[in-house]
Design a binder for this molecule. Structure first.
Ligand SMILES: Cc1cc2nc3c(=O)[nH]c(=O)nc-3n(C[C@H](O)[C@H](O)[C@H](O)COP(=O)(O)OP(=O)(O)OC[C@H]3O[C@@H](n4cnc5c(N)ncnc54)[C@H](O)[C@@H]3O)c2cc1C
Length: 377
């Protein structure tokens, strides 16, 4: 048995929460520290997890770490759905339509066919008007505004502790010194337990800070960069499948239904852009493309006119995907905190696939934690 089982997780997005759950299940005492808790805080650009669709479309290259993480995560989601009908995740068919028969994204076909066991190329008779090629496979659609509270609830039910940092940490090490910002305890019922004061001497810190890893003074990962995404939330409970349209000019439209009856419609992939507000011309473009490609997003009696003003837009959103040149960072290291060595496990940089790789990443991070701690025990 290891002497010190205390582990700090920095970050409360989908990766922080999933990793914290796996660490608790492995027998560690886990405390989360984060500036923003997307499960309960008002939406902000400070965390990507507020903004995801989120469906499962493998982005990893064949044979890559990302592909492995995505495979494992898909299995966990499918198991969750099978075991618990209340879980805010649903299986749906995903359709990918390409407007031109030589679209560059056709290069993904072999990968997709190998990844998804039910992958199928569509017949010409199954294609919507104007589309040249189509493919389908089963995906999962995560209802993000319900799923994050579900994860946080699981975390508390397993005995985890959580603190909001009043300002972002300057470094991971600062958490272990008197340089740390003021902390506010978070609990399952919203109450604070003044008797629970963390002992700032953990066996390890797990770093799940997403884009924050660029700025933390003892991480300063310049490979981390934002990929901005604008989306709309549209009320359309009748929409069943998840669909991606690739247009010949390079534009992409996608829609991801949620259990709640809302549908996430995107979107943009703007590398390095951090503009926090929606741009009116982008919003208009998203509306026009989806109504043209998929008039079924409109109420049945309004479809013929294909008028964007008939869309029931609930929200306009902007999020920053925490991308990392190369790949996600899943590795261990050592922090020097005033001469004391502390184990750190990094788990960040999931880009546009943080939900679809979360459970695989969480298991790997905890595996690293156990291996490294065992080797120094
Ligand atoms: C428009 C859009 C669509 C997307 N669609 C999908 C999809 O369909 N499928 C999919 O799998 N993924 C999708 N994603 C990607 C997904 O949202 C991200 O990969 C994922 O949310 C990253 O989660 P995370 O926990 O690593 O980081 P985040 O959610 O960004 O969380 C980071 C956490 O670290 C904390 N933190 C950071 N720095 C500090 C600091 N210095 N001090 C204290 N706390 C700190 C933050 O407060 C936060 O709690 C999408 C993203 C966007 C923007």
């Amino acid at each position: 048995m290891l002497r010190n089982q205390d582990v700090f997780v920095v970050g409360a997005g989908v990766n922080g929460l999933s990793t914290a759950i796996r660490a608790l299940e492995a027998g560690f005492t886990v405390t989360i520290f984060a500036a923003v808790f997307p499960a309960i805080d008002p939406c902000s650009i400070q965390a990507a997890s507020f903004w995801a669709g989120a469906n499962h479309i493998s982005f990893g290259e064949t044979g890559s770490l990302m592909e492995e993480l995505e495979k494992e995560t898909l299995e966990v989601y499918l198991e969750l759905v099978k075991k618990d009908p209340e879980v805010p995740v649903m299986t749906r068919p995903h359709f990918r339509f390409l407007e031109s028969a030589d679209h560059p994204s056709l290069s993904r076909r072999e990968h997709m066919a190998n990844f998804y066991s039910d992958f199928r190329v569509l017949d010409a008779s199954e294609l919507p008007e104007g589309m040249a090629v189509g493919e389908t496979n089963l995906t999962v659609c995560v209802d993000v505004p319900r799923y994050l509270p579900y994860l946080l609830e699981r975390f508390f039910a397993l005995g985890g502790y959580a603190f909001r940092t009043k300002t972002p940490l300057a470094s991971l090490s600062s958490l272990l010194t008197n340089q740390r910002p003021q902390l506010e305890q978070i609990s399952a019922d919203g109450s604070s337990d003044p008797t629970r004061v963390p002992v700032f001497d953990p066996a390890a810190i797990i770093n799940c800070t997403g884009l924050g890893a660029r700025l933390l003074e003892d991480v300063l990962d310049t490979a981390v960069h934002p990929i901005r995404g604008e989306t709309l939330i549209i009320r359309a409970p009748w929409v069943n499948p998840s669909i991606t349209f690739h247009f010949a000019n390079g534009d992409v439209s996608y829609l991801i239904p949620r259990q709640s009856g809302d549908v996430v419609v995107g979107g943009t992939f703007q590398v390095g852009d951090t503009h926090a507000e929606n741009r009116p011309e982008t919003v208009q473009g998203i509306k026009e493309r989806i109504v043209r490609a998929y008039p079924e997003i409109l109420p049945e009696d309004k479809r013929a006119a294909r008028d964007v003003r008939d869309l029931d837009v609930v929200a306009e959103c902007v999020g920053l995907r925490p991308a990392r040149t190369g790949s996600v960072r899943l590795e261990s290291g050592v922090l020097d905190v005033d001469g004391k060595k502390v184990l750190v496990v990094h788990n960040y940089g999931h880009g546009g696939g943080g939900y679809q790789s979360s459970w695989g990443s969480a298991r790997r991070a905890v595996e690293l934690l156990r291996t490294e701690l065992a080797s120094t025990a």
